[in-house]
Design a protein around this ligand. Structure first.
Ligand code: AMP
Ligand code: MG
Length: 416
């Protein structure tokens, strides 16, 4: 279709106009789910000193090599070393120090014997079994990380494990990329906010809460605006009020209907139109422009269309703006095997809401049969953790391979 862009061309046109936002400092405790602005290196070795991996006795291995239950080796205990203290005495031949897990290994000792392999009385210990070799049960300084070692790269996502690494590496504060703020604007005379009674001819504004949640799930900060009624003045006022945000996302009002004023208002405001209409189903009436340099996504009003379009275009923009590497902007794609026949009779690429799950041979199975697939059928999103992506005219029989995009965690769910 000559008047529609392909999904790739549209995504490229959008992403060319998105720039990484600045950085900000956050305390480590607030760094979860943020992306690092810079490479991060260890400030010191971890462990900071050789230390014991066991409660036991620090010894010279050579002293204990021949120990057994019937011929124990008797050593003089010269010191107790609890964790958090510094050993004061050197271990010489015939000697041992009682040591706790995590405590620094004393000079002279090269091995720790587990307490279970000893018998002790007063200031003597009998070694009943030698360790396998020199160095056993000692955790070496810098085993885990070396001072100056780069541990994380710019753009990396901070999860709970990374918080532990960053704490160990002594980063109390971190520079992370700024989360884009996204104004969420729904327009339509028929819309009523959730919780309000439905009058004749009205429907619930489900797009605003769903798009705000989508923005949050993609790492952005939604700024929810009140519904704009279908007048040029109301839409203009709402759009202008959104200009303080990094992105503006609206839903509805971009089709060719009598009251679809969004495009006209944007044009009157001097927006630079980048694209309108994408060869995809659902989601054809997508409008994207720059309004005073602010990226503006005019998503279709149909609930499923708005969410699918968000994932195909707004999510990559959020990720680029958040400083992620280009390979991470788009939804991950893989191959799955259909649990039933599917076809795409149209001339647009189709994104079917799918449930993806592993079968017992470790193959990813896809089903789109959980609910009906109309673009107004929000229930098609229930439990959908991916999209089956079909080219125009593509048909796939049960068992056949299809391209899928992974939207949410595949978890350990088994195929039904
Ligand atoms: P429009 O693009 O404004 O013509 O809207 C297309 C369809 O999506 C219509 O059926 C609208 O009622 C519906 N719609 C528009 N905005 C919303 C919204 N915020 N929540 C739910 N449905 C909507
Ligand atoms: Mg409308």
């Amino acid at each position: 279709m000559t008047d529609m862009l392909t999904v790739e061309a549209a995504r490229t046109a959008v992403l060319e106009r998105i720039h990484a936002l600045g950085d900000e400092q956050v305390p480590l405790a607030d760094a979860l789910d943020r992306h690092l602005a810079n490479d991060v290196a260890a400030i010191a070795d971890n462990p900071p000193h050789d230390n014991s991996a066991m409660d036991g006795y620090a010894v010279r291995f050579a002293d204990t090599a021949t120990a057994s239950g019937s011929t124990p080796i008797r050593l003089q205990v010269i010191e107790d070393i609890p964790a958090g203290t510094v050993p004061q005495r050197k271990v010489s031949t015939g000697q041992a120090s009682r040591i706790m897990t995590g405590a620094p290994v004393p000079e002279g000792a090269d091995t720790v014997i587990r307490v279970e392999d000893t018998r002790s009385e007063d200031d003597w210990v009998e070694i009943l079994e030698p360790e396998d070799g020199v160095g056993e049960n000692i955790r070496g300084q810098g085993d885990d990380m070396k001072s100056g070692e780069v541990l994380l790269r710019a753009g990396d996502l901070v999860g709970p494990g990374e918080i532990g690494v960053l704490a160990t590496a002594q980063h109390a504060n971190l520079t992370v990329t700024r989360r884009p703020t996204i104004a969420i604007l729904s327009s339509g005379d028929e819309l009523v906010e959730v919780g309000e009674p439905l009058g004749p001819g009205q429907i619930i504004n489900s797009n605003t809460p769903a798009l705000a949640a989508m923005a949050r799930a993609c790492g952005a900060e939604p700024v929810v605006l009140p519904v704009a009624r279908d007048t040029e003045e109301a839409i203009r006022a709402s759009i202008v009020s959104a200009l303080s945000c990094d992105f503006i996302v609206s839903s509805g009002g971009v089709s060719v209907g009598e009251y679809d004023y969004v495009k006209k208002v944007l044009t009157d405001l001097g927006a630079e139109q980048v694209l309108w209409r994408v060869a995809m189903k659902p989601g054809k009436p997508l409008f994207f422009c720059l309004l005073q340099e602010t990226p503006y996504f005019g998503l279709p009003g149909n609930p499923v269309s708005s969410l699918v379009s968000f994932l195909q275009f707004v999510r990559p923009a959020i990720r680029k703006a958040s400083g992620l590497a280009a390979s991470q902007w788009e939804l991950p794609t893989t191959v799955a095997y259909m649990e039933h026949d599917v076809d795409n009779r149209g001339d647009r690429r189709s994104f079917l809401r799918a449930r993806l799950a592993w079968d017992n041979q470790g193959r990813l199975q896809a089903s789109t049969a959980h609910r009906a697939q109309g673009s107004h059928m929000i229930t098609s999103m229930l439990g959908a953790n991916g999209f089956v992506v079909l080219a125009p005219e593509e048909r796939v029989a049960v068992g056949g391979a299809v391209t899928v995009q992974i939207v949410a965690d595949l978890g350990s769910a088994a195929a039904g």
